[in-house]
Design a protein around this ligand. Sequence first.
Ligand code: MTE
Length: 319
Amino acid sequence: MLIKNANDIASSEITPKHLYLNRRKFMTGMAAAGAAIAVGVGLHNLASPPATVLANAKIDGVQKSPFSTTETITPYKDVTNYNNYYEFSTDKYEPAGLAKNFKTRPWNITIDGLVKKKQVLDVDTIIKMAAPEERIYRHRCVEGWSIVVPWIGYSLSELIKKAEPTSKAQFVEFTTIEDPKQMPGQRGNVLEWPYVEGLRMDEATHPLTLLCFGMYGEVLPNQDGAPLRLVVPWKYGFKSAKAIVRIRFTDKQPLNTWARSAPGEYGFYSNVNPHVDHPRWSQAKERRLGEFLKRPTLMFNGYDQVASLYSGMDLKKNF
Ligand code: MTE
């Protein structure tokens, strides 16, 4: 996110790899076919990629959610092969391969800070705390691409209720795993590790905020944040921290990783807002992965039900 101006990003970077490869193949169609024959390469190399193969365990008993959008779901292979996950790599095509053997069990999560029930819980205990729901959410990255994903999880508010925060708790801080042995990106200092995010208490307890452990009917793939991540659909993607190991309740606004690393570019709130440009690019439009033309970006990513959380706030100042 720090690395390039969006206008400098080639469409080859923002379009899923197989799609731009296919587009190139289409454009060079006849010539490529001729060349393939000439050098004796089989024409099957020019065919479409195979159908999606789902790789993880199924999650049973998942209820549908009224919060779901009816928009077209982004193909699984795009959502799982084009990822921002700096602990593994700054190259979006690499986390899928580099996270393949990432160990997501055993996995403990510490709940502490201004809370009555400080505790360390096994991730599977947390996963079983409430009924899983499928929430088909739009998810928009600050870099200008978006996806529609059938996430599985339950409202973070369910966990928060059980943790019993004290009346002093005003924010929730999420810390993610630090394990440079498993995560090659953490051996460098592209960001300060571990990755930290935060929400105001009313944002964290808003029913849309999802504690997520699955997608597309299955356990979350490692590159998408297994075993446990946040999905905050009205905020830019970087607020949705992956691989959470600590949830801390506090009376001070947490310093989130991206705001620490570039305070002029990334704020604490980071609501999707087409009227506040990133200092180096416009936020007015976005490209849905798998589509060619850009579409207008919607205020709060279209989740108008959160607008009241910010009434009276200057969202240009609080970007
Ligand atoms: N969480 C961690 N731990 N590390 C990261 O680098 N990247 C963020 C967010 N959560 C990130 C993270 C960013 S910038 C985005 S856009 C989303 O994850 C991407 O989620 P996705 O790969 O599932 O689409």
